[in-house]
Design a protein around this ligand. Sequence first.
Ligand code: F6P
Length: 358
Amino acid sequence: MKRRIGVLTSGGDCPGLNAVLRGVALAAEKLNLEVVGFLDGFEGLLPPGNFVMLDRRSTSGIMPRGGTILGTTNRGHFVAKVGAGDRAEVAAEVIAAAKRVLRENRVEALIIVGGDGSMTTALQLQEAGIDCIGVPKTIDNDLEATAMTFGFDSAVASVVDALDRLHTTATSHKRVMVLEVMGRHAGWIALHGGVAGGAHVILIPEIPFSYDRIIEAVHMRDTHGSIYSLVVVAEGARPADGQVVMRSTDSGEYKLGGIGIRVANEIAERTGKETRCTVLGHLQRGGAPTTLDRILGTRFGVKAVQLMHERKFGSMVSYQNYQVHHVPIGDAVNRLRLVPPDGQMIETARAVDISFGD
Ligand code: F6P
């Protein structure tokens, strides 16, 4: 009988997850390991165990597909993080039930592909005696322990595509176009998407803005003869004298979003210019992964299997200096990587006349 490892995808989906799963399946085959793919995140670990076998055949052709063939959820019995930084304990009986399923199906260890919240759960499972290897995933690119996560590049590509489209209609109508993008409390998607898409104003959480400065930037474009403007607003951006805009969901969670329309209304009121707001939303999470995300996903999947083979349990795959390394999962949780306001990328953006509203 072949030895078995498990894999699951957890938290919000993103392009590149299927590249990871394919990488895991093919690398495991070389080591004569069978791969059990648990469905719908950690929930698949609950009795009787909900899984499919991942192998060369079942992962063939999945790399260009967005989402995850295993399904995912950021809710359920294994949520170990509620809001920014607050750790909740996964119930002991839930962990015991998962252990039973793993034992009965001969699964020796788990590869957990997820973001900050899922790594917090992985840490608890590891502490409870379930061997885990983490693979970081988030479009927000906000994990301190890895220089890059797959999904980010694809999300940025959709922002750039949206800005290219908004650009042509903005110039035709001489309008101000505001685009609200994702990223939670980090401005990476807005910054990279905005620079690559030729935005004129980029508002990010790390640099609180002033409406006066935004209006100045829009007027400055008028004096240069450019009577349209593109404004990218990260969902976590806020005025220096105001709060982040959030709404609570049915499950009691708080979701960021809504700052874009506020910025658009303020610009329209203060400048008299026709202004429109687009919220890009989950278009940033869907669709085919970019080349970079396919490569990164593949490398992460292969590395996770290597780490498992070397029994480096409790560690998470990490990307540093163009190489795939590993770090303790504990180092990865609750440590956000934010845009440094005095970093080179901001400096470059300012050099090409992008205003941050400060
Ligand atoms: O963390 C990824 C992310 O897409 C954030 O950018 C966004 O704030 C959030 O997830 C949206 O979550 P949901 O899919 O639950 O609405």
